[in-house]
Ligand binder design. Structure first.
Ligand SMILES: CC(=O)SCCNC(=O)CCNC(=O)[C@H](O)C(C)(C)COP(=O)(O)OP(=O)(O)OC[C@H]1O[C@@H](n2cnc3c(N)ncnc32)[C@H](O)[C@@H]1OP(=O)(O)O
Ligand SMILES: O=C([O-])CC(=O)C(=O)O
Length: 372
């Protein structure tokens, strides 16, 4: 083994895997998802199309989309035991921790857990996709002391998800915007959570374990947790001017501003953020209230001017979710629920072509013995 080796803190720029699932092409400005640009797809295709693309490799024909919707809706319900476990959790449990627990419990109901062949894993992916909205919405309901809402099989995937969260069936605009947010969150190459899932899967551990670890990764504020942190920041101000002052003070204190910056697009706007900004404008117009939009735009301009940084998806997804009436504690679980499709596809790929992840270190500690 060579003694002088390269070290890249945070694995910045390191190629960690080969994949045919996705690639951030910053030169062409594309988020390539199995050959298609996610941004273009988000304008023309729904979330279930992305599910089909990532798990089957093609965009679905009409009958394939219908069959997928049918298959998922038949599995929306979750075992009663999962709900009973949520009832045992302290009410102070973070919704991401409840979600992590829920996925972990689901693993116990899989009687073919040791089977890692691609088809078995794909079916697991579908089961998780079907059940996660029910887990996300109802773990939160139980923690908040609210009644459990059973899924409505007659609603579309996204309409049913929103219904279980808010307790009312969404309008066509709300359903479309929410579905678009799921498309944008569905897959993004090799973020920390996907790397976590692949590292776990590389020991030949199972999909539930890989996704449970990924929940913990995605919870952090430097990753998925930023969307809820953005909303709390917005709620600390009432006007664009107050929001600018709040951000300027944070910069003075050398605080990181949630919703800005990105390991891959540090000096550009995350293209997904632009789509959510447009959705926010649409929701603002429909509501006759553009206060949040104006605050976000003022914040965007200030951080660009002062730091040369641009919004990432979480910056504009947060006010969109607020305008859809979604409780803040569910923003990150929804992100994870959408990302389940990308994560499942990565676990399948890792198991199909596995090499154990086991890097080395640059040792900086003492040596108390010396062998000549
Ligand atoms: C959908 C998603 O998960 S997207 C990510 C969501 N996360 C956030 O929005 C959290 C806020 N953003 C950040 O913390 C970072 O931009 C990250 C974690 C996303 C990327 O971080 P890294 O690639 O590790 O870059 P790093 O944090 O070292 O930043 C590089 C420089 O830009 C600065 N910077 C980066 N992001 C920010 C920010 N949001 N606010 C203020 N300064 C920032 C850093 O302070 C650093 O400056 P320095 O070189 O003077 O020390
Ligand atoms: O790519 C990243 O590092 C984080 C991110 O935007 C995502 O997971 O969607």
């Amino acid at each position: 083994m060579a003694t002088e080796q390269s070290y890249y803190p945070g694995l910045d720029g390191v190629i960690a895997a080969e994949t045919d699932l996705s690639f951030l092409d910053t030169e062409q400005g594309e988020i390539v998802i199995h050959g298609y640009d996610l941004i273009e797809l988000s304008k023309t295709n729904g979330y279930l199309d992305i599910v089909h693309l990532l798990l089957k490799g093609t965009l679905p024909k009409d009958e394939e989309r219908q069959a997928l919707a049918q298959q998922l809706s038949e599995s929306y319900d979750i075992p009663e035991v999962v709900l009973d476990v949520f009832k045992l959790l302290p009410t102070s449990t973070h919704p991401m921790d409840a979600l992590r627990t829920g996925i972990s419990v689901l693993g116990g109901f899989d009687h073919d857990l040791g089977n890692r062949n691609p088809e078995a894993n794909r079916q697991r992916g579908y089961q998780l996709l079907a059940k996660l909205p029910t887990i996300v919405a109802n773990s939160y309901r139980i923690l908040e002391g609210k009644e459990v809402l059973r899924p409505k099989e007659t609603l579309s995937y996204s309409a049913n998800f929103l219904y279980m969260i808010t307790g009312k069936e969404p309008s066509a605009l709300e359903e479309r915007v929410f579905d678009q947010s799921l498309v944008l969150y569905s897959e993004h190459e090799m973020p920390n959570s996907t790397f976590t899932a692949r590292v776990i899967a590389s020991t030949l551990s199972d999909m539930y374990g890989a996704l449970t670890g990924a929940v913990a990764s995605l919870k952090g504020h430097l990753h998925g947790g930023a969307n809820e942190a953005v909303m709390y920041m917005l709620l600390d101000a009432n006007t664009p001017e107050e929001f600018e002052t709040l951000l300027a003070n944070k910069l003075k204190q050398k605080e990181k501003i949630m919703g800005f910056g990105h390991r891959v697009y540090m000096k550009k706007m995350d293209p997904r953020a632009l789509i959510m900004k447009e959705a926010l404008a649409e929701l603002s117009e429909a509501a006759g209230d553009d206060r949040l939009l104006r605050m976000c735009e003022a914040g965007e301009a200030l951080i660009q001017r002062e730091k040369g940084l641009y919004p990432n998806l979480d910056y504009y997804a947060a006010p969109v979710y607020w305008m859809l009436g979604i409780p803040i504690g569910l923003y990150t679980p929804i992100f994870f629920s959408s990302r389940t499709v990308g994560l499942s596809a990565h676990v399948i790929e890792q198991h199909e072509n596995n090499k154990l992840f086991r890097p080395r270190v640059r040792y900086t500690g003492p040596r108390h013995t010396q062998k000549s």
